[in-house]
Design a protein around this ligand. Structure first.
Ligand SMILES: [Zn+2]
Length: 271
């Protein structure tokens, strides 16, 4: 298998993966969505709430605030040694929020959440939680823990995880005089026109929609769009809770663990 990083920044990674198959790609995609753990607020103790928003609504909004996750220090509560309903400092992080409006109406943002561990904090300080009018107060304690996207979307570490086949395009060799239909129709601007000839500007932008093939007036179409069966482009967009490359690394570890468990079970059954 050949993996190449095409693009990477803090929250996005784009990979070219060759000599793989679709079953593996889909398994990794689904594990990244549903099984890779991340941190989210799961319980809220409301001390004072004189805002117009109900406690449940505030708890829901807090739960959906992405939190920076540390998978090396914290355990999933079901796997933690403490086995306690209340959790311990290896499976739970406490946040406090104490907000009040003294003059006029103001918004309360995620940046006002105070964490007991500075490494576990909201990804962005600018997530609005609610608005407080003059004299209103919100005081609470919230507990975050690791969880999985299959149980609640708030624990999903990715906002996008998808793959597509690697495109293979053959442009007409002859000059295409007075016809730029394929260039004009392409929604992804894959082609460009150079001296009356169609040229590929950005091959990897192609999403195999086939609009260019249909638009070609020649019969059979002068342009040929195909895909490679064993090559893929994978896009992973993290919500910011974990670096995108870590998400895919964790997904491979989980797949490996699941296969080992499967093998173990199989051994037991065939004894
Ligand atoms: Zn614990």
């Amino acid at each position: 298998m050949k993996i190449e990083v095409l693009e990477k920044d803090e929250t996005n990674i784009r990979l070219s993966i060759k000599d793989a198959d679709v079953t593996l790609m889909n398994a990794l995609r689904r594990i990244a969505l549903a099984e890779v753990p991340s941190m989210a607020i799961d319980e809220v103790v409301m001390i004072e709430n004189s805002s117009i928003l109900q406690d449940e609504m505030i708890a829901h909004r807090l739960g959906l605030t992405p939190l920076k996750t540390d998978l090396d220090t914290y355990n999933l509560p079901e796997e933690c040694e403490c086995q306690s309903e209340f959790g311990c400092n290896l499976c739970r992080v406490t946040f406090t929020l104490d907000a009040e409006s003294t003059e006029g109406t103001r918004a309360v943002y995620s940046g006002e959440l105070v964490s007991e561990n500075p490494n576990i904090s909201p990804v962005s300080d600018k997530v609005p939680i609610l608005k407080l009018a003059k004299g209103q107060k919100l005081k609470l304690e919230a507990y975050a823990r690791l969880g999985k996207g299959k149980n609640h979307a708030k624990w999903q570490p990715v906002s996008l995880c998808a793959y597509k086949y690697y495109p293979k395009i053959e442009v007409p060799i002859k000059e295409c005089k007075d016809c730029t239909k394929c260039v004009d129709i392409c929604p992804k601007k894959v082609y460009t026109m150079k001296e009356n000839k169609v040229e590929i500007r950005d091959l990897l932008a192609c999403n195999l929609c086939m609009d260019c093939v249909e638009a070609c007036p020649t019969k059979p179409p002068a342009i040929k769009v195909e895909w490679e069966k064993n090559a893929f482009i994978m896009n992973i967009e993290s919500t910011g809770v974990l670096p995108p490359e870590r998400i895919i690394q964790e997904a491979t570890k989980i797949l490996d663990k699941q296969l080992k468990e499967f093998e173990e079970q199989l051994k037991v059954e065939t004894k």
